[in-house]
Design a protein around this ligand. Sequence first.
Ligand code: GDP
Ligand code: IMO
Ligand code: MG
Length: 430
Amino acid sequence: MANVVVVGAQWGDEGKGKIVDWLSERADVIARFQGGHNAGHTLVIGNTVFKLSLLPSGIVREGKLAVIGNGVVLDPWALFSEIDKISAQGVSISTENLMIAENVPLILPLHQDLDQLREAAAGKAKIGTTGRGIGPAYEDKVGRRAIRLADLGDEETLDARLDRLLAHHDALRQGLGAEPIDRAELKAKLQEIAPRLLAYAQPVWKVMAEARKSGKRILFEGAQGSLLDIDFGTYPYVTSSTTMSGMAATGTGMGPGAVDFVLGIVKAYTTRVGEGPFPTELHDEDGQRLGERGHEFGTVTGRQRRCGWFDAVLVRQTCAISGVSGIALTKLDVLDGFKKLKICVGYEIDGQHYDYLPTAAALQSRVTPVYEEMDGWQGSTSGARSWADLPAEAIKYVRRVEELIQCPVALLSTSPERDDTILVTDPFSD
Ligand code: GDP
Ligand code: IMO
Ligand code: MG
């Protein structure tokens, strides 16, 4: 039995939601292992559009188990509003098909406050976060002062956790000119949601071990993208979690052997939301055309995404770090009608050639991309469901991408719609 992990290979929004939804037909368990409601995953099924942030994309299919692992940071209020929204779209969500790791750390309103206060105070040096409190919640997790799901079950524990947490946050807030936390109000809010949230709590590591033992197929759903990874991304313009494939195991309580196939999701061009370096960014008509044709606006914040040509250097790098077995190349249709297409095949920094993105921020800021130009195609790839439907130049583009990133294409996506997908290699039966 093969278990598959899906990770974004660029700066997020590669189309992970669509691919996870498509693959989840073949899976029994779909698990999120990092990030939080900073993610925005879009599923288009006929006339219905689902926008998911915290719920694993497999939740929309009947008979599947959706799991939120310990590697996630969970905002209970965001979760409940998402459950209510998706339920209103006709999906049944209950403790039968959703489980949350009892050791998951919670995102509280004070985390969102801190995220937003810091961004405002940073002015031009801001990260451009989603303002959801993700970074501050992960800080408290590693600072050993988080409130975790299981802590809600016992008042004495909750009191002790609150004391430790507020001693830290009140000092920070004072420095940022904010009022101290109203302890009684926060405690009451937590006690109010505790019963509903605790109903989903499970020792997820145990559920996963049992699933694996009984031959169930597990699909791990990554959020964000490799270039937003806390270690390997364009630091400090990153998110606060490990977005690489290795996190799938620790973020659900499994060993590294649990993952058999790493599917990297790769957009046929490049986008990024928020601040930070972006070597192939376009500020011209081509960039505008990519944004318009690709509807490049953030699912979570509605912000316009920055757009640029495909960067093979970066994708080769992230595929190596995540040990990608094959990629799903998405949004090929957005390139329809371009006369010429460019692919970045290397960098030049101060007259020196680089075949990777160096870590030093000073070097990253001086990168000049080296491009290879290819002919575009005049026919349409939109909605194509087989190789035979693709124009010859489109196939050439895909083949060149594979060659440059040193990784084969397993899936191709040609529209937002679930079934407009071309299967080359089934990740589950590799
Ligand atoms: P995710 O965060 O990686 O799940 O991606 P998002 O959902 O934030 O953004 C991807 C957007 O592209 C969504 O609006 C999808 O519906 C859409 N999309 C996904 N695959 C394709 C594709 O192959 N072609 C086109 N045109 N749109 C796609
Ligand atoms: P999905 O799962 C794109 C970006 C933010 C910001 C940086 C830090 O939909 O691909 P954070 O709020 O995480 O502290 O913000 O990370 N970011 C994303 N960009 N897609 C995402 O998720 C993102 N999640 C966070 O824009 O630059
Ligand atoms: Mg997204």
